[in-house]
Design a protein around this ligand. Structure first.
Ligand SMILES: Cc1ncc(C[n+]2csc(CCOP(=O)(O)OP(=O)(O)O)c2C)c(N)n1
Length: 227
């Protein structure tokens, strides 16, 4: 499809998985071609192409609020919200900003540079939403690197304590600018790869497949739940 003609992400709602896979390939090509001319943050954005498509497919921006913790990771979001035609001006004076900018689009609801701030912003938006009795999702997207920032941990503590509905997307890709270190990183790594977890999953899937008729469906559901 012609990415330059995208005006609104609503078109994603009707797309099939193969169509979205094709779109992901087109976006990737576009990102590589355009940032090879203008410069910009290519890696973090190539890492969230499918994720960003999935978010705009599942939620309805701008009524649902996406809060990009790593602001320079919002290029795909910018493409899907009608700004692909401005990518030739990326990070130039008067051009497309390299970070979310509220004055640029109603789809940019929080401006970031510093990492680890998204959960705190999400907490505030969720509190305000509930005071005003409004109904929308608040969806911060945070990487495993940024999650180790103290402000993110305080906000997570706060959100859990308040019991507010916030959908935190953890993009655990085992990497930040450099490889991650620390207890949090080790814990997430273990969760992902522990032998016990893998064995339990395998046993569970095998057991489920033995259940007549619905077995395959249940095994598929279990696989999706794991992801
Ligand atoms: C407080 C602070 N420290 C450092 C940086 C520089 N910085 C920008 S992105 C990033 C790594 C982000 O890694 P992660 O959250 O795992 O996201 P990924 O790019 O892997 O999706 C860092 C350290 C920053 N923006 N803010």
């Amino acid at each position: 499809m012609d990415l330059l003609k995208i005006k609104d992400p609503a078109f994603l709602k009707d797309m099939t998985i193969p169509e979205m896979e094709e779109l992901a390939a087109e976006i990737r090509k576009f990102l590589i071609e355009s940032t090879s001319v203008t410069g910009g943050h290519i890696g973090p954005n190539l890492g969230v192409v499918e994720l960003t498509i999935a978010l705009h497919h599942a939620f309805t921006s701008p009524s649902d609020k996406f809060i990009w913790d790593v602001g320079h990771q919002s290029y795909v979001h910018k493409i899907l919200t009608g700004r692909a035609d401005k990518f030739d001006t990326l990070r130039q004076q008067g051009g497309l900003d390299g970070f979310p900018k509220r004055k640029e689009s109603p789809h940019d609801v929080f401006e970031t540079g510093h990492s680890s701030t998204s959960l705190s912003a999400a907490a505030g938006m969720a509190i305000a939403r509930d005071i005003k009795n409004e109904h929308f999702h608040v969806v911060p997207i945070i990487g495993d690197g940024a999650l180790t920032g103290g402000m993110a941990l305080e906000a997570l503590n706060h959100i859990g304590d308040m019991g507010k509905e916030v959908i935190v997307i953890l993009n655990d890709n085992n990497m930040s600018i450099a490889p991650n270190v620390g207890a949090m990183h080790n814990m997430l790594g273990k969760l992902r790869t522990s032998g016990k977890f893998k064995r339990a999953k395998k046993d569970l899937e095998a057991a489920m497949k033995k259940i007549p008729t619905a077995g395959d469906k249940i095994a598929g559901f279990a696989e999706r739940s794991k992801r």
